[in-house]
Design a protein. Structure first.
Length: 206
């Protein structure tokens, strides 16, 4: 589906401060993956073309429960729901009256959603610190597999709080998700990660 989810330095005497912040970003990412068993937030997503000339903005909510369950609900400018139940990833486009499904293992792999919702950080990604920018400390995760759908992901933290994810795909298009207050380890009903096919909807299996 064309609108699917497609579904994150200074040197010299002052270098010690940014380098400390950068190291903290890597530690914050590792702690997030290890300790955040569930999470809930709203987001704004901005997609920028490779030449930087065009942008598209959308917004919605994101929830996850480890292992391997997440829910992206886009609300603007169109409605789209992406649900992973641990076995299958469902993508429902209400405008097209269409839903597609794909096995979880085939759909995720070493992807941003897999990292946030339950991927193996050390197995699937190389992680390095990057300079602090826009008031955030950044870590960069690059997939070890070279045949994935994206080139790299930058993850931004404000202290230990997950604040942003910026994804660069293999065509140099950038997608940045900016999160509102991120609530970790909240109670989420199992039904949030179950998808029921609406009556009369076209189903495509990939």
């Amino acid at each position: 589906m064309k609108r699917a989810f497609g579904w994150l330095v200074s040197w010299g005497a002052l270098a010690l401060v940014p380098m400390t912040a950068q190291a903290d970003a890597v530690d914050a990412l590792k702690a997030f993956v290890q300790q955040a068993k569930t999470g809930r937030t709203t987001f704004t997503q901005t997609v920028t073309s490779p030449d930087g000339a065009k942008t598209k903005t959308s917004s919605g909510s994101f929830e996850f429960a480890r292992p391997d369950r997440f829910r992206f609900a886009y609300t603007k400018p169109f409605e789209q729901l992406i649900v992973a139940d641990g076995q299958t990833v469902w993508i429902y486009d209400s405008d097209l009256n269409q839903v597609s499904s794909r096995k979880f293992s085939q759909a995720l792999g070493a992807t941003p959603a897999a990292l946030l919702a339950g991927g193996d950080l050390n197995r699937d990604f190389d992680v390095i610190a990057e300079p602090s920018k826009d008031g955030l400390d950044w870590a960069k995760a690059t997939p070890k597999a070279k045949d994935g759908a994206f080139e790299s992901m930058r993850i931004g933290f404000r202290g230990k709080q997950l604040a942003a994810v910026e994804i660069t795909d293999n065509f140099a298009q950038r997608s940045r998700l900016t999160f509102a207050q991120f609530d970790a380890n909240v109670e989420l009903p199992p039904q949030r990660f179950q998808f029921v096919i609406p009556p009369g909807v076209d189903v495509l299996e990939q």
